[in-house]
Design a protein. Structure first.
Ligand SMILES: Cc1cc2nc3c(=O)[nH]c(=O)nc-3n(C[C@H](O)[C@H](O)[C@H](O)COP(=O)(O)OP(=O)(O)OC[C@H]3O[C@@H](n4cnc5c(N)ncnc54)[C@H](O)[C@@H]3O)c2cc1C
Length: 321
């Protein structure tokens, strides 16, 4: 029997057993899938590679759009509560990284540094990560002026001056969202034309408070002085600074789906599912941001998580759904 001690004060997991369901990823979708699976009395293991669960949620300073909280709630607090609730339902948590998967047989195998985990069903909740600019200051001021989500952070910039970086549909749509809050927006794009659909481009160009800064790349973000936050940009070799209160970066998101690219149907790297969160492989489900969908938020992640657990229960009971 293999026994492994989990990160922190978590109990030991016996990896010799076959689980009913293993959830890969301990963000909001994975924690919800786990909590529901536990309530369905399924033998449930959640594997999270980080020391703490929560995924992107754990990085959010203040969540203001999660139902039930009239006052802002800290992301790490909400994540810990979600984890506690899952554990209360009998869910086991293994702090480890799934390095490879084998979905060929009815009993699926997940390889981790601690050994092979065997399970009858899998929920993939590996989430996404925003593509970064990789410029000095970006990491340092993440969530302190550097943002990647207009719906999440736009309200922090009411009547402020901000920069938006990117040239695709998301960047321009998020710019439109941000016009509800900011008094001035510099829309910075590295090429001479946007990649976004023409119709969205026309909308953005018609907004007086949006100033287009084309052929321009961001070189550095310097928010060290609270009174005088600057971004350094370069336009055709000429350097210039913009004084802004914040910068929103929309240069793409990267789904954490590399592990599944040879087995699952993907769309631009996102896992394709049906409305029941079922993938193209029997017994394998996906939930949350890693899924191909339009709105990536906490509420949609937890909704996906609940549906995936319901589908797992039906799959294990009836053999299909
Ligand atoms: C800065 C920021 C602010 C945001 N603000 C808001 C907001 O205010 N309101 C809102 O509704 N949404 C907000 N969001 C979006 C929200 O956080 C996401 O939609 C949500 O977290 C998605 O949950 P998820 O479980 O699908 O994925 P994630 O939160 O990305 O979690 C995925 C988890 O899987 C783990 N994982 C990945 N690969 C493996 C592997 N191979 N093995 C083991 N574990 C693995 C990761 O470590 C991670 O913990 C924000 C996002 C960011 C980045």
């Amino acid at each position: 029997m293999l026994d492994f001690t989990l990160g922190g004060s978590r109990p030991t997991v016996d990896l010799s057993q076959v689980f009913d369901v293993v959830i890969i990823g301990g963000g909001p979708s994975g924690l919800t899938a786990a909590m529901y699976s536990g309530r369905y009395m399924l033998k449930t293991l959640l594997i999270e590679k980080m020391v703490v669960c929560g995924g992107q949620l754990a990085t959010i300073n203040s969540v203001e759009n999660y139902p039930g909280f009239t006052k802002p709630v800290s992301g790490s607090h909400l994540a810990k509560e979600m984890e506690n609730q899952a554990v209360k339902m009998g869910v086991q948590i293994l702090q480890s990284q799934v390095d490879s998967v084998n979905f060929v047989n009815e009993i699926k195998k997940l390889t981790t540094p601690q050994g092979v985990v065997r399970t009858r069903a899998v929920v993939i909740s590996t989430g996404v990560q925003p593509q970064t600019l990789d410029v000095p200051g970006e990491k340092k001021y993440m969530n302190k002026g550097v943002a990647y989500c207009a719906t999440c952070d736009g309200h922090l910039y009411i009547d402020k001056t901000i920069a938006v970086v990117g040239g695709g549909n998301t960047a321009l749509e998020e710019t439109i969202t941000l016009t509800k809050y900011a008094k001035k927006i510099f829309l910075i794009h590295r090429r001479k034309e946007f990649r976004a659909d023409k119709i969205i481009q026309e909308k953005v160009k018609a907004i007086p408070k949006v100033e287009l800064i084309l052929n321009t790349v961001v070189k550095e973000i310097d928010f060290s002085n609270e009174e005088k936050k600057n971004i350094l940009v370069s336009t055709k070799g000429q350097q210039k600074t913009f004084a802004v209160d914040g910068i929103f970066i929309f240069v793409g998101i990267l789904p954490n789906s590399k592990l599944f690219r040879d087995t699952l149907k993907l769309e631009d790297g996102f896992v394709v599912t049906d409305k029941d969160m079922k993938t193209n492989i029997e017994g394998v489900f996906a939930a949350g941001d890693v899924r191909s969908k339009d709105l990536r938020q906490l509420t949609t992640a937890v909704g996906d998580g609940a549906i995936s657990a319901f589908s797992v229960k039906n799959y294990l009971t009836n053999g299909n759904i």
